[in-house]
Design a protein around this ligand. Structure first.
Ligand code: ARG
Ligand code: ZN
Length: 875
């Protein structure tokens, strides 16, 4: 069944309060729910009450304290219909259900992870706990009583504040939690178990003291210190930046080791995948630290954007996710280097969202239909959703944006809102008209901008023609012209941005051109000499740009654009273009990948100490093989791209050997480890220098030495990757893998790195390694992190291995999905997205990919999750 946006209608009934009582047993948990139900005004009194369920068995039912007659209701695993409803406007419904948390491998609803009871209810997991109006626009006040054996679960947590706790008979105990804020069921959470805790406090801007608690496996407490620090910084930042204060007396985070996603923003009780909480220098990389900081912030920020104001229905998912991603991006930009953060975001957007938007899984930021909502927690909803919010800020300016957001909070606090209401708040606060802009929410696909320009010396006029085109990735999708804000500068040969005396042909405010028509001819007056246009600074809109720019102009911008982001963008465009051209030449005629000038720019940046280390590291990082594939677009041969990538690394490694050696030796770790951005940048630059030295010399001796000497996981994992990817069969590599395994065999999230490094080693043979690793102790098909680290990394991060010409990589993935689907459909469906660009492959591989997917499709009992992705991918 397909759910459609236009079919939305409010529920007939509301649930004002929800009292839950859990008696926790690993295999036979009892849940008693008492709901105070209210019929919505205007709804006929005999309208049945229809509650959602999922794999539930009803163990007891009372309506207004009485057991209803046998024919007064019907119960099935996925629905409870009470036909015989009282005539009163309000009444109570008491429901008893029984669950087996230990057998719950879907990790939705109530399950046990590593001995800890925990819940995941977004999007539709609450209905796996009790029958309910499990939809985000039904807000209820929850009181939760938890009983458990004290020995099994000394810790009993739920949302809100603890109002009671105490001992019971036979070694049992209980706790009662009350959350005063009405919330939708997807924000409900319960945790019970035996965990260690780290405590701190935060004093809010109005002077209230909030207790902060992070729960982790016993013994891992020191590894939660960074997460705690990130939490306090997030709380402070949200007060300073958006005036948002925390609202309960306690804020808790629990780290669990089996979790389908990154983390979950349950009111006052966030639950996290432990890899996004736990870190120390021995076990976590700088990238892990940055992710922890961002995700802790993200979930915390949801308290206002998601919890206080939630979504009317799941079509509005980007209302909370896009906005909250935007907020966490801004937070990280303020905590770290803004340009570096922005470049990282753009790389991620292009790597994940652009291919999604160009392939069979494309959908609008606000989808209009779905058959399985879990498949819409996508890069488009999250990352493009964030870009859309960023564009609103670009269009309205900092102040207008803040005014609009303030109005949104003021108007909709305590409500379940829509995108229309969000847009309206910005319009009403600023007087702007965002009607055309709002198309960004409804039209799928990445707009293309084509630009041409010329300069007329006589009248001192610079003319730029910009055309926008939207190729709808979905047949029949709308594609009206969009409002696209293009940040720009006209860079003069004497360097610096030029001023103009007048401009016509498009609205220009400050440094932003507002495109609204299919084609604009923008004329700048008073321009003495031919400038080079630097367009889309800061990636002001999620579009692709086809500049007419010659290599020479790009090289000029890479050196002279006064905008730091613009310099990176120009270099990256230039480098990608030359790699793509090299891939188009036959192997014997390929020659060098880059021209001299491009190599020289690379090296000048590498050697320029006036730049931040992290910025230099990003500039020196070549586009990945998947990035080149995306640029080529169709008839992809991953082996050719890999060969070009290797050749390019070798060329630069040789060309810049002296500089890389100086960087590698000059940036040796000084003093003790610190995860801060500056220190991380220093490590990043040193490690990239090491990569080039290995590629240039075709020798990994230096990496072996770096592996042995590393005193932190960033350097260690980097060196191990070089060894495994460049010299897979040497004794040094085998010894290094063994040493790593010996040290971390009891640390699953660290072993995930070991799995991933091996799974991403280029070449067809890696498939055999991956198959062997599935039998390794330490691997488990039941744990999402293990599956993603091995199978996910292989299929999405190993272009030559996964796309073996014989199609065995596709067969392996589809078999793995078939196997996983019975236990955890969400994780299985997510793995399937590795096939989203299969239509761009060369014909031989394309056929193999199709066969593998058709084989999977022929299976009789696929989950709705996998079926949905598979059908759309094959269509
Ligand atoms: N709301 C969570 C977050 O973005 C993600 C939850 C996703 N859950 C799911 N079942 N798809 O922070
Ligand atoms: Zn989120």
């Amino acid at each position: 069944t397909v759910i459609r946006l236009e079919d939305y209608r409010p529920s007939d009934y509301l649930i004002d309060t929800t009292d839950l009582a859990f008696t926790l047993e690993p295999e036979a948990t009892t849940v008693r729910a008492k709901l105070s139900v209210r019929r919505r005004a205007g709804v006929a009194p005999d309208t049945p009450l229809v509650l959602d369920g999922d794999e539930l068995t009803l163990a007891g039912l009372k309506v207004n304290g009485e057991t209803p007659a046998e024919n007064g209701y019907t119960a099935s695993p996925d629905r409870l219909v009470i036909g015989d409803v009282p005539a009163d406007e309000t009444f109570t419904v008491e429901i008893e259900t029984r669950l087996n948390p230990s057998a719950n491998k879907q990790l939705m609803g109530l399950y046990r992870s590593n001995g800890t009871y925990c819940t995941q209810c977004e999007a539709e997991g609450f209905r796996r706990i009790t029958y309910f109006l499990d939809r985000p626009d039904v807000l209820s006040v929850y009181t939760v009583r938890i009983e458990a054996r004290t020995e099994d679960a000394p810790l009993l947590l739920s949302n809100g504040n603890r109002t009671e706790s105490g001992r019971l008979e036979n070694g049992w105990h209980y706790a009662v939690w009350h959350d005063p804020f009405p919330k939708p069921s997807y924000l409900f959470a319960l945790v019970a178990g035996n965990l260690g805790v780290v405590r701190d406090t935060f004093t809010t801007m109005s002077g209230r003291e909030v207790a902060l608690e992070i729960y982790v496996e016993h013994g891992k407490e020191p590894r939660a210190a960074y997460a705690m620090d990130a939490l306090k910084r997030s709380m402070k930042w949200d007060e300073e930046t958006f005036g948002r204060e925390y609202d309960l007396d306690i804020f808790m985070i629990v780290a669990v080791s089996d979790f389908n996603m990154g983390a979950m923003e349950n009111k006052g009780l966030n639950i996290f995948n432990d890899k996004y909480v736990l870190a120390d220098e021995r076990t976590a990389t700088d990238a892990d630290y940055a992710n922890i900081e961002a995700i802790i912030a993200h979930e915390y920020f949801h308290n206002w954007t998601g919890n206080r104001i939630t979504c009317r229905d799941w079509f509005q998912l980007c209302l909370k996710e896009g906005l909250t991603v935007f907020r966490d991006h801004e937070f990280s930009a303020d905590m770290r280097s803004r340009t570096v953060k922005r470049i990282a975001e753009v790389k991620l957007l292009k790597a994940h969202q652009f291919p999604e938007d160009a392939g069979p899984l494309a959908h609008p930021v606000r989808p209009r239909r779905y058959s399985e909502i879990n498949n819409f927690y996508t890069a488009t909803v999250y990352e493009k959703g964030s870009e859309v919010v960023r564009m609103i800020r670009t269009i309205l300016g900092e102040d207008g944006f803040r005014k609009g957001l303030d109005l949104y909070f003021e108007r909709h606090d305590g409500e379940a809102a829509t995108i229309e209401q969000f847009i309206k708040a910005f319009e009403d606060a600023t007087g702007a008209d965002l009607a055309q802009f709002a198309l960004w929410y409804d039209q799928p696909g990445t707009p293309n901008l084509t630009v041409s320009s010329h300069h007329d010396a006589g009248p001192k006029r610079f003319t730029m023609t910009i055309e926008q085109r939207l190729t709808p990735p979905i047949e029949g999708a709308p594609h009206a012209p969009m409002h696209i804000p293009v940040k720009f500068g006209l860079v003069s040969a004497g360097s610096g941005d030029m001023e103009w005396t007048a401009v016509s042909g498009a609205e220009v405010t400050g440094d932003v051109i507002h495109l609204r028509e299919p084609k604009h001819t923008v004329v700048f007056e008073g321009i003495n000499e031919r400038p080079v246009a630097s367009l889309l600074r800061g990636f002001s809109a999620p579009v692709t740009l086809f500049p007419e720019a010659e290599d020479a102009d790009l090289a000029f911008l890479a050196r002279n654009d006064p905008d730091e982001y613009g310099r990176w963008q120009a270099l990256s465009t230039l480098v990608t273009r030359q790699m793509k051209q090299a891939a188009a030449r036959s192997a014997d005629e390929r020659g060098e990948v880059f021209d001299e000038e491009t190599c020289a720019i690379f090296m000048d940046i590498a050697a320029d100490d006036s730049y931040e280390h992290a910025y230099r590291a990003l500039c020196l990082t070549m586009p990945g093989e998947n990035d080149i594939a995306r640029e080529i677009g169709n008839d992809i041969d991953p082996d050719t791209i890999h060969a070009v990538h290797r050749a390019a690394s070798r060329q630069l490694g040789r060309f810049g050997e002296r500089i890389f050696a100086r960087l590698f030796h000059g940036l040796e770790p000084a003093g003790s480890y610190s995860p801060d951005a500056a220190s991380a940048g220093r490590r990043a630059l040193r490690n990239i220098a090491l990569s080039y030295l290995c590629h240039g010399s075709q020798d990994t001796a230096l990496a072996a030495k770096a592996f042995a000497q590393a005193d932190n996981m960033t350097d260690r994992a980097h060196a191990l990757t070089l060894l495994v990817h460049l010299s897979p069969r040497t004794d040094e590599t085998i010894d290094a893998l063994k040493a790593f395994q010996d040290e971390f065999r009891n640390e699953p999230i660290v072993m995930d790195k070991w799995f991933t490094i091996q799974a991403t080693a280029p070449g067809a043979e890696t498939l055999e390694t991956v198959k062997a690793l599935t039998g390794q102790t330490g691997f488990s098909w039941d744990n999402p992190n293990r599956v993603r680290a091995l199978i996910g990394a292989f299929s999405a991060g190993n272009p030559t291995g996964f796309n073996r010409p014989d199609g065995e990589g596709y067969q392996f993935l589809c078999q793995a999905i078939g196997r996983l689907d019975g236990a955890n459909p969400q994780v299985a469906a997510r793995l399937m997205t590795a096939m989203r660009s299969w239509k761009n492959l060369e014909p031989g591989r394309r056929e193999m990919a199709r066969k593998a997917m058709e084989g999977l499709s022929a299976r009789p009992r696929l989950s709705r999750d996998v079926r949905d992705i598979l059908d759309r991918t094959l269509a």
